[in-house]
Write a protein that binds this ligand. Structure first.
Ligand code: GBH
Length: 462
């Protein structure tokens, strides 16, 4: 059910901002343009069997050349802000060493276009596209990659720091580390607990080292983006409670607590050590990782219920270290085409919890959205009542958390455009704007129009 009455009654405090988000490999295409080097996602997506139908980001939605049109769409939607990522292999095709000026120039053109149209750029340095040259030397399992990331951060800041104020180091290190190295569902497609736990720590260390570099260069609005999946036990049997504790530890607490408090949760440290995959922490690392931030990015999609027990045959491998004896239950009720449940109430609860864990740290919703089977109808529009419903209910849930005192500054919808949904390819459409993959034609969906109305009303009230 669409809820125009909900949209009408939904108001946000003055200063609150609305935007939309994307990521480089999901939209840019042009993988060989202007000296770009290969990333682990080029390698992975071109490896048979790794992605749905073998889909790759080679072409994606051609944002690399169509960015002026895409920025015009942002203006049409009335977005105040746009969250995008910089592709490391465009800037440093070999991961380090030689800087590719043409890669930096692309982002400079994009940012200038945004500023001209009154859209505030929010830059993410790493959204999963590690240069393949660094993977060849161990990637995130190698401690040196953290230092290489900090070098890269400094180079991008030198090029764009005069015009971009909001900086995020990493997008969802949980996914890079655990889907990349434990379940192998994402690039680099490794399935090894020791590699996974090393990747966790080296990503966070990379975040901390980059934070240091950016601070030295004067960055004053610096954050990180984490994904959160609230975990509940299927029952209050001790085994189920413990499974939920362990998975919550690795999904949520293992990333939030070190950046917010400078310490890993003790139970998680013990779980990983018991699994033979201890976090490779060295003296002083946590001080680096826990350096103060100006904001925390929160990505939320769904909640999960978990029970103890052997994973049934045919179930995808676990993303969790030592998680072979835990099973995620199928969601109840409506599911998106990703197979994900819809639970705005869990969003409210999550935000309250983060507010308690990280007091004083302003939050920004850096991603929230849903995938549905959208198509352009004969009237030329894209009718997506499910997405509108999802959007409005999550905004209302967010508003409830804010009423409870949680300090949230802005909201980015995932995503601006339909795009390359990683291992799920082009079959999953998350956009507020529909893309016809044959013609690259963009069509604002009904949900995009509802969002635009809400933003317009917010502006008029503010
Ligand atoms: C985000 O990831 C990404 O940042 C974005 O690029 C992507 O397009 C978007 O969401 C939509 O997928 O850990 O194996 O139990 C969302 C990542 C997916 C992380 C589900 C937690 C739980 C599965 N989330 N995942 S698992």
């Amino acid at each position: 059910d669409i809820r125009p009455e909900l949209a009408g009654g939904l108001t946000f405090p003055p200063g609150f901002f609305f935007g939309a988000a994307t990521a480089a490999y999901q939209i840019e295409g042009a993988v060989d343009a202007d000296g770009r080097g290969p990333s682990i996602w080029d390698t992975f997506s071109h490896t048979p069997g790794r992605t749905f139908r073998g889909d790759t980001g080679d072409v994606a939605v051609e944002h690399y050349t169509r960015y002026p049109e895409d920025v015009a769409l942002m203006e049409e939607l009335g977005l105040s802000a746009y969250r995008f990522s910089v592709a490391w292999p465009r800037v440093l095709p070999e991961g380090g060493g030689r800087v590719e000026q043409r890669g930096l120039d692309f982002y400079r053109r994009l940012v200038d276009e945004l500023l001209e149209r009154g859209v505030d750029p929010w830059l993410t340095l790493y959204h999963w596209d590690l240069p393949q040259a660094l993977q060849d030397r161990g990637g995130w399992t190698d401690r040196d990659t953290s230092a290489r990331f900090a070098d890269y951060a400094g180079i991008v800041h030198d090029a764009l720091g005069d015009r971009v104020r909001h900086w995020s180091t990493l997008n969802e290190p949980m996914v890079s580390a655990l889907l990349g190295h434990q379940s192998g569902a994402h690039a680099p497609g490794i399935r090894d607990a020791v590699s996974a736990s090393r990747a966790v720590h080296h990503l966070l260390l990379g975040h901390g080292l980059a934070t240091r570099v950016l601070r030295d260069k004067g960055a004053d609005h610096l954050g990180i983006t984490l994904n959160f999946t609230p975990m509940s036990p299927a029952s209050d049997r001790p085994e189920d409670l413990d499974a939920a504790r362990r998975l919550d530890g690795q999904q949520n607490r293992m990333f939030l607590l070190p950046v917010a408090t400078g310490a890993y949760p003790e139970d998680v440290v013990a779980d990983l050590a018991a699994a033979g995959a201890p976090l490779p922490v060295e003296d002083g690392d946590l001080e680096v990782i826990g350096a103060p931030l100006d904001w925390l990015g929160v990505n939320y999609y769904f909640e999960q219920t978990v029970r103890a027990g052997a994973r049934p045959e045919g179930m995808p491998p676990t993303s969790f270290i030592g998680g072979e004896d835990a099973v995620e239950l199928d969601p109840e009720g409506v599911t998106t085409t990703m197979g994900w449940g819809v639970s705005p109430e869990a969003f409210t609860r999550l935000l309250r919890w983060i507010g308690e864990q990280a007091p004083g740290l302003p939050l920004v919703i850096t991603e929230n959205g849903s995938a549905w089977d959208d198509e352009v109808s004969p009237d030329g529009a894209v009718h997506d009542p499910e997405r509108t419903d999802f959007l409005l209910r999550h905004l209302a849930a967010l508003r409830t958390a804010m009423d409870d005192g949680v300090d949230v500054r802005g909201y980015f919808a995932w995503s601006l455009l339909d795009n390359y949904e990683w291992a799920r390819g082009y079959a999953q459409r998350f956009g507020l704007v529909h893309v016809d993959y044959e013609t690259q034609r963009r069509t604002i969906k009904d949900s995009g129009r509802v969002y635009a109305d809400l933003i317009r009303r917010h502006r008029e009230q503010g």
